[in-house]
Design a protein around this ligand. Structure first.
Ligand code: GLU
Length: 286
């Protein structure tokens, strides 16, 4: 049997400084590659130009290096690959599984509030499908009039297109039967950014030859979306391993928001990298 080397990636969004939760994720990912004699990549997920900053990227990479991590260069920066995402978007449009969505956030909230039985996904109520029901003529008219639009996946059409029987594997949770509609008609391209998290991640994991995606359990449901997009775009499906989310003493998730504990701060407080690795459960003997 041909042997496929393991390739993993740590994919932070440079919206702030590296915190303990990121460090855990990065160390987990690097260890997964190292244990299998594989390759460890870093990818910068900076499609959100409003929130991502080059200085955060620089600081994050410095902190990762300080933690003792070593990755292949150059790193892939999503903002430099918009043409790849545009090509994938065109392909999905050609398959008839996407549509323009003109709704504003406010309209969506209003519509959901008006329909108490609105279906919920892992992140709350799902998009009610308003623009899916527009006629082709109406779409064209609104586009011609210069109305801003996002692009959404028509999940029902997509599920019909790929057919039943798709699955993906999480190394801990086991075989998962595809739940295509879990997140509803997800955004593939935003009004202000010609791609979305789901589309860019799916394209990049394939482009980079990722064979094992490790990331936090909060993204477990997203893997259903990614599996569906892989099938539509005829891309390979990596294995997945969703790890626990690190919580601080207050039981709060370690995000870049209020409660996050930055590696920078711990470093300035005189804690060394080996100590941080040990605290996070990576003691070097693995
Ligand atoms: N960029 C995402 C984050 O920082 C991670 C995406 C992924 O690992 O698929 O949460």
């Amino acid at each position: 049997m041909p042997h496929t080397a393991t390739v993993t990636r740590f994919a932070p969004s440079p919206t702030g400084l590296l915190h303990l939760g990121n460090a855990y994720s990065a160390l987990y990912c690097e260890r997964a590659a190292r244990r299998r004699g594989g390759r460890f990549l870093v990818r910068i997920e900076d499609i959100d130009r409003g929130r991502c900053r080059p200085e955060h990227e620089t600081a994050m990479l410095q902190d990762l290096a300080w933690l003792g991590l070593d990755w292949e260069t150059p790193v892939r920066r999503q903002s430099e690959h918009m043409a790849d995402y545009a090509a994938a978007l065109d392909r999905l449009a050609a398959l008839g599984v996407s549509y323009p969505c003109f709704c504003t956030r406010k309209q969506i909230i209003r519509e959901i509030a008006a329909s108490p039985s609105a279906p919920h996904g892992p992140d709350g109520p799902i998009y009610p499908g308003t623009c899916r029901r527009l006629s082709a003529a109406e779409r064209e008219e609104r586009i011609a009039a210069g109305q801003a639009f996002a692009v959404r996946l028509d999940v029902e059409a997509a599920a019909t297109r790929v057919g039943p029987g798709l699955s993906w594997t999480d190394r801990q949770a086991g075989l998962q039967t595809l739940n295509a509609g879990l997140h509803g008609d997800v955004v593939l391209a935003r009004k202000d950014t010609p791609t979305s998290y789901h589309l860019a991640v799916t394209v990049d994991d394939a482009r980079q030859g990722i064979t094992l995606v490790t990331r936090g359990l909060d993204l477990f449901p997203s893997s259903h979306v990614h599996r569906l997009l892989q099938a539509l775009l005829e891309l390979p499906t990596p294995a997945y391993e969703h790890h626990r989310l690190l919580r601080d003493d207050a039981g709060l998730r370690l995000s870049k928001g209020g409660q996050a504990i930055g590696i920078r701060r711990l470093r300035e407080d005189g804690i060394d990298a080996a100590e941080i690795r040990r605290r996070l459960g990576f003691d070097g003997s693995d």
